[in-house]
Design a protein around this ligand. Structure first.
Ligand SMILES: Nc1nc2c(ncn2[C@@H]2O[C@H](COP(=O)(O)OP(=O)(O)O)[C@@H](O)[C@H]2O)c(=O)[nH]1
Ligand SMILES: [Mg+2]
Length: 299
């Protein structure tokens, strides 16, 4: 809550109160060949649409991803300062764009990295994407517009909608992903969502304020879909392209994490409906005993 107040303060002091602020969180591990190019593309694609802070959460990648992003962030601040000195109208420019790195000591997993980014962010809206260009930055504006101008709580880019495409995955990888998706949808009762394990999604920050996450969980979206009651979700189609640089992480460890997450979320979901049933019964009991209570009438 306090963080939000702080965000508003920044906006108003720059006279940009009408602009939404979106925090774009990018978890990275050995993405030195992608990250600066990606941030540049994001910046040019959101140009003039909304204010954004980019937060890269790096787990001390051996390829020095964090240091590279720090260098890039410094270079844009220097340029902005230069513009500020030489243009008196700079402060009227309708946009804030900032880049920050959270440099963690060691590799602690994707979900905890994303949550660390969210915890340290200021925006009213959060958007998450991979650093490997699987998630095309030119879809970001559509996702944010949909989120800001509607009552959807979550806007997610889906690999499995009509109009979506997956490029570069061999048949085996497609089959594994499809089966995992089908399993998750069935077991967790998410049949209305075509891609509940998307890593490319945006949401209104408020919806997770009361949620306790499992930091060693599998996919954050899956966790949010199960734990947030009655979230309104909009999916949009896009073309997913397999990473070209760096390496992906589909191995037996990932499959084990997936199975563990499914079991845990299944138990959570069923406990939740059990708790809700108990609460309903308690309320009915209370109403019954109230109807039996005699209210003394004073004359
Ligand atoms: N900070 C951090 N980032 C990670 C970790 N594991 C993966 N990533 C990043 O998270 C994103 C998704 O990982 P990726 O290997 O592409 O997974 P895939 O798309 O599911 O195959 C990429 O941007 C990775 O660099 C981790 O342990 N810590
Ligand atoms: Mg990826």
């Amino acid at each position: 809550m306090q963080r939000l107040d702080y965000a508003l303060e920044i906006e108003t002091s720059y006279n940009r109160a009408t602009l939404p602020v979106v925090s774009i969180i990018i978890p990275t591990y050995n993405e030195s060949r992608n990250i600066v190019r990606l941030i540049r593309l994001i910046r040019s694609s959101i140009d003039d649409h909304f204010s954004a802070e980019i937060i890269v959460v790096d787990d001390n990648s051996p390829d020095k991803t964090a240091r590279i992003v720090e260098g890039y962030a410094d270079s844009i601040y220097q340029k902005e300062n230069y513009r500020q000195q030489y243009s008196s109208s700079y402060l009227d420019v309708q946009q804030i764009f900032s880049v920050r790195v959270i440099w963690r000591e060691s590799k602690a997993g994707l979900v905890s990295a994303v949550l660390e980014g969210v915890k340290n962010s200021l925006g009213k809206y959060i958007l998450i994407l991979d650093a490997d260009f699987s998630h095309p930055p030119n879809v970001i504006v559509d996702m944010v517009n949909e989120l800001v101008n509607s009552d959807y709580d979550i806007v997610s880019a889906s690999r499995y909608l009509e109009g979506s495409q997956i490029i570069g995955w061999p048949l085996r990888r497609r089959a594994i992903s499809k089966s995992a998706t089908r399993l998750a949808r069935t077991i967790l009762g998410l049949n209305q969502i075509t891609d509940p394990m998307s890593g490319f999604f945006a949401f209104k920050r408020d919806i997770i304020s009361h949620i306790t996450f499992n930091t060693s969980g599998y996919k954050l979206l899956l966790e949010i879909l199960v734990k947030v009651d009655n979230a309104k979700v909009k999916e949009i189609a896009y073309t997913f392209a397999d990473r070209r640089s760096g390496s992906s992480k589909l191995d037996s460890r990932v499959i084990l994490d997936f199975v563990k997450a499914l079991i845990r979320l299944y138990v959570f979901k069923n406990n939740k409906s059990y708790r809700a049933k108990l609460k309903r019964q308690a309320t009915i009991g209370k109403l019954r005993s109230l109807s039996k209570t005699r209210i003394p009438v004073r004359l």
